[in-house]
Design a protein around this ligand. Structure first.
Ligand code: HEM
Ligand code: NAG
Ligand code: NAG
Ligand code: NAG
Ligand code: NAG
Length: 357
């Protein structure tokens, strides 16, 4: 008990200091406020850069170097915010001893973009004014804006704080595996306050990015397979021999594969320039049974018809999907952090203080 209260006292002091030093993050367009810190070199020129501009700049640069990073950042916000809210817990590295951190969870296979988050943190004019949780949210926003060619533009607030818990088992307990059926997916999303239509809208994120063979092996195995286009399945079985990591969206395969798979590209932009673009082509693929994950295909198994209706709407009307996807992303980005206490990490990969959580 005595030890605990000493610890609590130190904690209170730290929190007090942090609160005292903490100022609300400048609103969009506001530059630095009166007499902001001048001791930190601004990488983009002389002036203090607005934190949102820093995020945009670093994310845009990163996508320029590697388009896949945009998809990684969009997935990162889902995997952070779904587990005890948006608290930056997914960014923490495991310690050499003790239990595994969140990013080691099975559901987090292939998770990436951590170096981009670190880069943003290191290039902020006032790094202490933006939490790691805020950076994850803002980075996903910018990635969504960029990959959608500016078509998806949603507003997010800042002011989140970072958590002090990061657990692989906690992540695996709440992140949906790709083998979930419709009722399980629906329940998983309902537990976070998301309805069927939002589930369908958010699953459209699988328009971009990639997956490991292990994430869709069940679909290629005759014992465990859920309905999938036979031509698509045959083409995949051949292709994974060479490429065990596949694009989520058949649109992003080459023309030979698409033809072999019998893909109907009516209404889909399949030019080279459109590869990797965040548009509504996921719904075209899904309604043709040409998606990788069981969880995607399962959206067709809604007896109420809601999920199917949403898919038809989003396939037909890209603008409608841009709007609803943006709204659902904003809602996801607002899931409140839950935890025993909070801090704003200096290094997004390491808790500021030692703790036993
Ligand atoms: C509905 C339940 C969902 C399931 C079961 C699921 C499952 C998966 C799986 C298994 C992968 C591939 C991982 C790998 O093998 O490398 C993946 C990738 C991805 N997921 Fe989901 N996901 C879901 C929802 C979401 C949501 C809500 C978002 C974002 C809003 C999202 C965004 C992404 C993105 C962008 C990728 C590609 C990542 C990359 O290329 O780095 N997913 N998802
Ligand atoms: C997206 O990023 C690329 C690569 O950096 C850049 O050329 C392009 O202008 C960006 N697009 C938008 C809409 O921000
Ligand atoms: C963390 O930073 C945010 C700004 O992103 C600020 O609003 C909040 O008060 C800070 N929290 C702590 C515990 O310092
Ligand atoms: C297919 O799934 C069954 C049941 O899970 C499993 O026993 C079998 O090993 C799988 N086959 C392949 C080729 O992975
Ligand atoms: C296809 O997408 C690319 C990239 O977004 C765009 O430049 C081009 O105009 C689109 N073509 C059509 C026919 O919409």
């Amino acid at each position: 008990m005595v030890k605990l209260s000493a610890r609590a006292l130190v904690l209170c002091l730290c929190l007090g200091l942090a609160l005292f030093a903490g100022q609300p993050v400048a609103a969009h367009g506001h530059r630095g406020g009166g007499g902001g810190r001048k001791d930190k070199k601004d990488k983009s020129g002389g002036k203090q850069e607005d934190p949102r501009d820093t995020v945009k700049r670093v994310v845009t640069e990163a996508i320029g170097g590697n388009k896949g990073i945009g998809a990684a950042l969009i997935r990162l916000v889902f995997h952070d915010c779904w587990v005890n809210g948006c608290d930056g817990s997914v960014l923490v590295d495991s310690k050499p001893y003790g239990s595994k951190a969140e990013k080691e969870a099975e559901s987090n296979i292939g998770l990436a973009g951590f170096d981009v988050i670190d880069k943003i943190k290191s290039q902020l004019a006032s790094p202490e004014k933006l939490s790691c949780a805020d950076i994850v949210v803002l980075a996903a926003r910018e990635a969504t804006f960029n990959l959608s060619r500016g078509n998806i533009d949603y507003a997010v607030k800042t002011g989140r704080t970072d958590g002090v818990v990061s657990s692989a088992s906690a992540a695996d307990a709440v992140l949906p595996p790709s083998t979930f059926d419709f009722e399980q997916l629906k329940a998983n999303f309902a537990a976070k306050g998301f309805d069927t239509r939002e589930l369908v809208a958010l699953s459209g994120a699988h328009t971009v990015g990639v997956a490991h063979h292990s994430s869709f092996a069940d679909r290629l195995n005759d014992t465990t397979s859920t309905p999938i286009s036979q031509d698509y399945k045959n083409a995949l079985v051949e292709d994974i021999k060479k490429r065990p990591i596949q694009p989520n969206n058949i649109r992003d395969k080459d023309e030979t594969f698409r033809n072999d798979a019998g893909y109907d590209d009516t209404g889909v932009n399949t030019t080279m320039a459109a590869r990797g673009v965040l548009d509504n082509s996921y719904y075209h693929a899904n309604l043709q049974n040409r998606v990788l994950f069981r969880s995607d295909w399962e959206l067709r198994n809604d007896f109420s018809g809601q999920a199917g209706n949403a898919m038809e709407t989003f396939k037909r009307d890209a603008t409608q999907w841009y709007d609803e996807f943006g709204k659902a992303m904003a809602k996801l980005s607002d899931l409140p952090a839950q935890g025993p206490r909070f801090e704003n990490r200096t290094n997004c990969r390491v808790f500021n203080t030692n703790n036993e959580y």
